[in-house]
Each structure stands twice: as structure tokens, then as C-alpha cells.
Design a protein around this ligand. Structure first.
Ligand code: 13P
Length: 277
């Protein structure tokens, strides 16, 4: 899916889908926009939903969709979770060893690649560290936490990963504030590696930076915060005193639609709309 995106000059959105309604938001948007999509969930989300329940409905949604949908584990920090998810039908996993020193990250990532590739599952891994926005935290990302291009080449060559998540200035959890991307760094990483590149922190990437990043080899962009806000706003609006809604399904359907509209907008921005052929 990502190699096709790279050839054709667009990025596939990875969208956080914490529950049934959000899975439906992403699949409905993908079908409506004729776009491929990646459903993202992490350990915290799986703790909430229960891995087997979650995998059952997300896998079914992906199978029934009329466009390509991938079920992807985001930011796994141990091999045990990776293997549990693979057993439950995830077709793609991200191992995040970015908190470890380079050699440990390589060693752990290689183990994940070995386990995943043995059963035809693809692996994304992170080098450098994409920080998380917190109250009062500056949007500026330190050089030290960004991906070093030469290390990226070695990391990709020695681990055998299928996609590389890079730290080039994006920040997880930004909203109505924008990250400043280091395009020179991104270009060097793209020149030195031959795997699809992934950006995390997709909510806070300005529109023009998205297009430039795609030109430089970015094929997947993860979005969480924008969906979280849309879904919660949908719920709040539907539960407001004057909404007249007092049926559980009406309330959840409103939130689902708000999130779907955000996903559709991102698919157009990433230029994946119309690419599900
Ligand atoms: P945002 O929540 O900032 O959009 O980032 C999501 C993400 O990168 C998940 O891996």
C-alpha cells in the first residue's frame, strides 16, 4: 500500500480508531473518498477495548470494505504485544524502540521483523524520537531527538523494516499549533534509505508542509488528535441541552459523522482520495 503511494505521489493516512464508531468513521470516509486507509490502535486503546473484541470488529470492517484498509498496531513497546496482535489478525505493526540507545533499538526491532515477516506482516519502526506536546511545551523539537540520516540508513539496512517513522520536527498531540519541519533532514533521510517514510503527529503538520513531505518520500501520515477532538465535539454537541438527542445511537452517530468529515478532509489533503484502485 505504501509503495504504491510513493510511486503515485500521495500519503496514506493512519487514523486512530479507539472504538467501533471511529473504525466506522475511517472506513466510511475511505469508501466515500475512494481512498486507502490505515486503522491505528495502540496498547492503551487495546487495554480499553480488549484486544480480541477490537481485532474482531476492526478486522471485519477492513475485510468488508470496498477499498484497501490495513489494521495496524501503533507504538508497540514489546514483542509480546506484537505477537498477540499478529495472532488476532493485524497485518501491520509498529515497533517503537526509540527510547532505547541505537544498538538496542536495532536489536529489538530485528526480533520484531523476524517474527512479523515470518507470517507476512509488515513492520514500521521509529528512529529518533517524536515528542508529545504537553501544557506549555514549546513546539520546537530539539536536534538531539531528530532522526540522524546516516543512522537511518544503517537502521533500515540492518533491521529489514518495511517503513521508517522519522523525527523531523513533528510533535504528537498538537492542535491549532503547527510543527516546523526540517526538510533538509527529511530529504537526506529519503536519499539514503529506500523504504517508505512515515510522519507521526499528523494533526499539527501545516497543509503546505504535508505536500512537501510527500514529495520527499513520506507515504504515511498518522493522525490522532484531530479525530479525538472531532469525536468528542460531536458527542458534546449531541448531548447539549438543546440538541433534542437522547438516544444513545443518535448521539454516537453524530460523533461518528464529525470524525468521518475530518478523515475525509485529511484524505483529500494527503491526496490519497481517489487512489483506491
Ligand atoms: P497526532 O495525535 O498529533 O495527530 O499524532 C498521531 C500519531 O502520530 C500517532 O502515532
Amino acid at each position: 500500500m505504501l509503495r504504491k503511494a510513493r510511486c503515485e505521489g500521495y500519503a496514506v493516512g493512519g487514523f486512530y480508531a479507539w472504538n467501533l464508531e471511529l473504525v466506522q468513521s475511517v472506513v466510511n470516509a475511505a469508501e466515500g473518498e475512494c481512498s486507502p486507509a490505515v486503522l491505528l490502535i495502540n496498547q492503551t486503546g487495546l487495554n480499553y477495548a480488549g484486544l480480541e473484541y477490537y481485532a474482531a470488529f476492526a478486522k471485519k470492517a477492513a475485510e468488508k470494505a470496498t477499498v484497501p484498509i490495513v489494521l495496524h498496531l501503533d507504538h508497540a513497546q514489546n514483542l509480546e504485544l506484537v505477537t498477540q496482535c499478529i495472532r488476532c489478525g493485524f497485518s501491520s505493526v509498529m515497533f517503537d524502540g526509540s527510547a532505547f540507545p541505537l544498538e538496542t533499538n536495532i536489536e529489538l526491532t530485528r526480533k520484531v521483523v523476524e517474527a512479523a515477516h515470518g507470517v507476512g506482516v509488515s513492520v514500521e519502526a521509529e528512529l529518533g524520537r517524536v515528542p508529545r506536546a504537553g501544557n506549555g511545551l514549546p513546539v520546537e523539537v530539539s536536534e538531539a531527538s531528530m532522526t540522524d540520516p546516516d543512522e537511518a540508513r544503517r537502521f533500515v539496512d540492518t533491521t529489514g523494516i518495511d517503513a521508517l517513522a522519522v523525527s523531523v520536527g513533528t510533535v504528537h498531540g498538537l492542535y491549532k499549533r503547527y510543527a516546523r519541519l526540517d526538510f533538509n533532514r527529511l530529504k537526506r533521510i529519503g536519499d539514503l534509505t529506500d523504504v517508505p517514510l512515515v510522519l507521526h503527529g499528523g494533526t499539527g503538520i501545516p497543509d503546505d508542509a504535508v505536500h512537501k513531505a510527500v514529495e520527499l518520500g513520506v507515504c504515511k501520515i498518522n493522525v490522532g488528535e484531530a479525530l479525538r477532538r472531532a469525536y468528542l465535539n460531536g458527542l458534546k454537541g449531541a448531548l447539549g441541552n438543546n440538541s433534542g438527542k437522547n438516544d444513545v445511537m443518535d448521539v454516537l452517530a453524530s460523533a461518528r459523522l464529525e470524525a468521518e468529515n475530518v478523515v475525509r478532509g485529511k484524505m483529500r489533503l494527503f491526496r490519497s482520495a481517489g487512489k483506491a484502485d
